[in-house]
Write a protein that binds this ligand. Structure first.
Ligand code: KIV
Length: 270
């Protein structure tokens, strides 16, 4: 197996070389990202929002995750494949074990990601004892959006910051091998990153995490509505006039409207 391993990510952390991660949901993009040097591909349950068009990640099912993970796996050869366990598929350790095994067996996931704090410690202990690597996810937890009341920065109050620190250590102790920190103030993310031995991947968590992740569609400027303030439209930045992807789609629309497409070359004439 030539895929990037967790040991390689630990080495990158030790060498203070940043880890590059992105979400992805299909084979073609997965191939492109891998070819571009993205080391960690997360099949995120953000697919519920950017692929399925839901306002939250909650409607995503295990079957959806398996389907998209299979596609991403087929499009890649090297990247480390991390897969989100969707809402209510890991409410108990036993349920988590059964469903994580399906993501690995049917989807070829290498690591499963779970959102939550201390309550997940027994689950992480069980999964890792059974050979299933776990990426923990702290800070803004999109699966708890109704409890949180909105997509807000987490850990701004000292008590909340202390709790996040403690939870990060608790999950590392339980056996988590990676941590995603979402939407937390940069100094707190830096402190957590420095105090943990496992690699920390940030999203909206400032520059001092061991690595960074974005939702692919935010990076491409494709997410409808307002993009999170922490994400950046790299495609626009790369081609200020018009991005290649957007240009291609706009030209298609124009050519169909103007009846320039399909032309003879792109038609079956007999
Ligand atoms: O589902 C997802 O895309 C995620 C990222 C925001 C890290 O969990």
């Amino acid at each position: 197996m030539d895929r990037i391993t967790l040991a390689k990510l630990r080495k990158l952390k030790a060498q203070q070389e940043k880890i590059v991660a992105l979400t992805v949901y299909d084979a073609s993009f997965a191939h492109l990202l891998e070819q571009s040097g993205v080391e960690v591909l997360l099949v995120g349950d953000s697919l519920g929002m950017v692929i399925q068009g839901h306002p939250t990640t909650l409607p995503v099912t295990l079957e959806h995750m398996i389907y998209h993970t299979q596609a991403v796996y087929r499009g890649t050869q090297q990247a480390l494949l991390v897969v989100d366990m969707p809402f209510m598929t890991y409410a108990t350790p036993k349920q988590a074990l059964r469903n994580a095994a399906r993501l690995m067996r049917e989807g070829q996931a290498q690591v499963v990601k779970l959102e939550g704090g201390e309550w997940l410690a027994p689950t992480i202990e069980l999964l890792t004892a059974r050979g299933i690597p776990v990426c923990a996810h702290l800070g803004l937890l999109p699966q708890s959006i109704h409890q949180l009341g909105g997509y807000y920065v987490q850990g701004r109050q000292p008590a909340q910051a202390q709790r996040l620190q403690a939870e990060a250590h608790c999950l590392q102790e339980a056996g988590a091998t990676l941590l995603v920190l979402e939407c937390v103030p940069s100094p707190l993310a830096a402190a957590i990153t420095q105090s943990l031995s496992i690699p920390v991947i940030g999203i909206g968590a400032g520059p001092q995490c061991d690595g960074q992740i974005l939702v692919l569609y935010d990076l491409l400027g494709l997410t409808p509505g307002k993009s999170p303030s922490f994400s950046k439209d790299f495609l626009k930045a790369a081609r200020p006039d018009s991005s290649r992807l957007q240009h291609a789609i706009a030209t298609y629309v124009e050519d169909v409207k103007n009846q320039h497409f399909p032309d003879l070359e792109h038609s079956f004439t007999s």
